[in-house]
Write a protein that binds this ligand. Structure first.
Ligand code: GLU
Length: 445
């Protein structure tokens, strides 16, 4: 990096102890160096310095009472990163690992991802270090209500529209939506991922996983490959992993492994998705339960071993930095030809280098997992129209959006001289639209 090194230095200096945020910014700035060369007017208007600084960061106390009457205090976050092309949009993550740096990395990535969808949504992210695991429904409800009591002051259907992420699904969105409505006396599209009888969109639940497969299908088609007859490993067993498995199976793949934060299951005959859905979506239990129903499958403690299973296609759908350089090398040695990121930033920078050097078809998260937020934007449109599209209509729009994201990322990569590098292509294509909007809107004094 030459022109943009000073921007990176400032990010590190101003945001100490936020390694994930540094990692996300560094990857984007490295891709944008040739853009900075072509656009000196953006450099002098401080576009690069401004885009790495959130417009607003909110940190708040979330007190709640457990079933035994004990008081707990968690920390809530909402980072409103960039509103140049639309209201802030991005999920809420409830996980003990959440801190400001994690939310900032996610919010920063969301700017480019949302831009890539072609829809009018800015970038934001939020969450809490609350751990929903092992909590009763009543405890989760009280936590969500307390969280929304503060968050409600900062959001709105034309201001900031949160949704789900790790630890936040339909149940949590329901409790938060109920509380927002009580406080504001407004039935409005302030959250996405809502239930189907109260403003949710058909296909939103499936969208991230389906979208990932639509994106990878298009990227693979360009190289004469496909899901049909391929062996696929998918990490995670949450919403993204489950619906990526469903779509990959529909497209003719054999999905042989899934995981959770404790370990992974391997079923060489193919994952039985009904069992996984029952364990994860209904019973809210661990993935290890799977072998009770399918004794031919195996369960192994620990997560990284999943990448040692021989496969053609790997879809990391669990969490950040789950594939390191070592795992990436094993995947390549085992003949894996495509990696599509369903989670946010699941590959370390070293792992990405291994994939690019070995010419794998690599779908970076910002592009490959944008189907979730894209369908959230479709939910916002339906809410504004007070109208609902059918499943087929939403699914067709989603597919079209994912194909267009692939086309924009691959043509930007080509235009900027690194054909097939979809990391660079996605970063540049996502950035250009936001930079244009920021430039046109002037500098806020
Ligand atoms: N959390 C998802 C993401 O990482 C979805 C966000 C949304 O629907 O707003 O993009």
């Amino acid at each position: 990096m030459k022109i943009l090194q000073s921007v990176m230095d400032q990010v590190i200096k101003r945001n100490p102890n936020e390694p994930e945020f540094h990692q996300a910014v560094k990857e984007v700035l490295e891709s944008l160096e040739p853009v900075a060369e072509r656009h000196p007017e953006w450099v002098s208007a401080g576009i690069f310095d401004r885009i790495v600084e959130p417009e607003r960061q909110i940190i708040f106390r979330v007190p709640w009472v457990d079933d035994n009457g004990k008081v707990h205090v968690n920390r809530g976050f909402r980072v409103q990163f960039n509103s140049a092309i639309g209201p802030y949009k991005g999920g809420l993550r409830f996980h003990p690992s959440v801190n400001l740096g994690i939310i900032k990395f996610l919010g920063f990535e969301q700017i480019f991802k949302n831009s890539l969808t072609g829809l009018p949504i800015g970038g934001g992210k939020g969450g809490s270090d609350f751990d929903p695991k092992g909590k009763s429904d009543a405890e989760v409800m009280r936590f969500c209500q307390s969280f929304m009591t503060e968050l409600s002051r900062h959001i709105g259907p034309d201001t900031d529209v949160p949704a789900g992420d790790i630890g936040v699904g339909g149940r949590e969105i329901g409790y938060m939506y109920g509380q927002y409505k009580r406080l504001n006396n407004d039935f409005t599209g302030v959250l996405t991922g809502k239930g189907l009888t109260w403003g949710g969109s058909l296909a939103r639940t499936e969208a991230t996983g389906y979208g990932l497969c639509y994106f990878m299908d298009e990227a693979m088609k360009a190289k004469g490959k496909s899901f049909r007859g391929s062996t696929v490993i998918i990490s995670g067993s949450g919403n993204v992993a489950i619906y990526a498995t469903e779509k990959a199976q529909q497209l003719g793949a054999n999905v042989v492994a899934l995981s959770d934060s404790n370990g992974y299951i391997y079923d060489p005959e193919g994952i039985k998705l009904d069992t996984v859905k029952r364990i994860k979506e209904v019973e809210r239990k661990r993935i290890s339960e799977y072998i009770k129903y399918h004794p031919n499958a195996t369960y192994t403690e620990g997560c990284s071993g999943i990448w040692t299973i021989k496969c053609d296609i790997a879809l990391p759908c669990a969490t950040q930095n789950e594939i390191d350089e070592k795992s990436a090398r094993i995947l390549v040695e085992n003949g894996c030809f495509a990696v599509g990121e369903g989670a946010n930033m699941p590959s370390t920078p070293e792992a990405i280098n291994v994939f690019l050097e070995n010419k794998l078809i690599f779908g970076p998260a910002k592009a490959a997992n944008a189907g979730g937020v894209a369908t959230s934007a479709l939910e916002m449109s339906q809410n504004s129209m007070r109208y609902s599209w059918t499943f087929e209509e939403v699914d067709a729009k989603l597919k079209n959006i994912m194909i267009n994201i692939y086309k924009s990322a691959s043509s930007a990569a080509k235009e900027y001289g690194d054909e097939d590098n979809l990391v660079m292509g996605a970063n540049i294509a996502g950035f250009l639209k936001v930079a244009n909007a920021m430039y046109a809107q002037g500098i806020a004094y």
